[in-house]
Design a protein around this ligand. Structure first.
Ligand code: PEP
Length: 277
């Protein structure tokens, strides 16, 4: 697979929003809007757990896939309030977001638990969208690259190179999430590229003595997330290393989400003006 064939993905993270009825209506509206277009990118919607069945039914047979916003890494057991990977596969959920900064910030998610969840997702044939990103303090202390490299390598610990293929990474600077502040497109592209080189470096150094690992970083979709909206999406998605977007606020209505889908469609078709560095 070459970088030209990397998937372009637009994923909506609905966070803790929408009752079952509201989620179903939004999913149906997205499906209806997408039905008017061909050659779309991969479109993913991630409703709250409670609305997954309604959303799965609404998107069935369409271009839209469904993801969960989190999961536990145990297959079952005494973990009150948690959702296990087989429960998601049982519903036919395709994607799962892992390590979102809100999970890291408010719910004790660590690099170690992200790694366990990533391995559980792969084991259960779920496509993990692994979020990494620096806080404002870290950026201002010039620690962005250290944090990103560390989060990416920690997420991949003990993941065999043969298993990497389905993984999606998302660069989500914490200071840009839900704040209206977008990372400058050139900088988003630089960090997305850093994620790829970190993946390559990780597999080259873990295959000591073996022939250089294939450049797997170039094969993996890397998304940008953080206040993506209609007014900035084209510039961000025009960048070489940004394969799509993970979107919060602007995924909550079809009016806001459709322009992002259509921008990703243009990227997929190669018709966004090239903003490569
Ligand atoms: C997110 O929650 O992953 C996100 C990127 O949110 P927003 O688009 O609202 O910044």
């Amino acid at each position: 697979m070459s970088k030209q064939t990397r998937k372009t993905i637009i994923a909506g993270n609905w966070k803790m929003n929408k009752t079952r009825k509201a989620a179903q209506e939004l999913a149906e509206a997205i499906v209806a809007a997408c039905a008017k277009h061909n050659d779309l990118p991969e479109i993913v919607v991630c409703p709250p757990f409670t609305a997954l069945p309604e959303v799965l039914a609404a998107v069935k047979g369409s271009a839209v896939s469904t993801g969960a916003q989190n999961m536990d890494y145990h297959p079952s057991g005494a973990f009150t309030g948690e959702i296990a990977p087989p429960m998601l596969t049982d519903l036919a959920v395709k994607y799962v977001i892992i390590g979102h900064s809100e999970r890291r910030q408010f719910f004790g998610e660590t690099n170690a638990s992200v790694n366990l969840k990533l391995k559980a997702a792969l084991e259960h044939k779920l496509v993990p969208i692994v979020c990494v990103g620096e806080t404002l303090d870290e950026r201002e202390s010039d620690l962005t690259d250290n944090v990103i490299c560390h989060q990416v390598a920690a997420a991949l610990a003990d993941v065999a190179i043969e298993s990497v293929d389905p993984i999606v990474f998302a660069y989500e600077p914490v200071w840009a999430i839900g704040t209206g502040k977008t990372c400058e497109a050139t900088e988003a592209n630089r960090v997305c590229h850093l994620i790829r080189s970190t993946i390559d470096g990780y597999y080259q150094s873990s295959q000591k003595g073996a022939p250089a690992a294939e450049m797997v970083g170039n094969l993996i979709p890397v998304l940008y997330g953080g206040s993506v909206k209609a007014s900035n999406v084209d510039e961000i998605l025009s960048k070489e290393d940004v394969d799509g977007a993970l979107v919060g606020g602007a995924s909550l209505t079809v009016e806001d989400f459709l322009p992002l889908i259509l921008s990703a469609q243009k990227r997929k078709q190669g018709s966004l003006s090239k903003g490569a560095v």
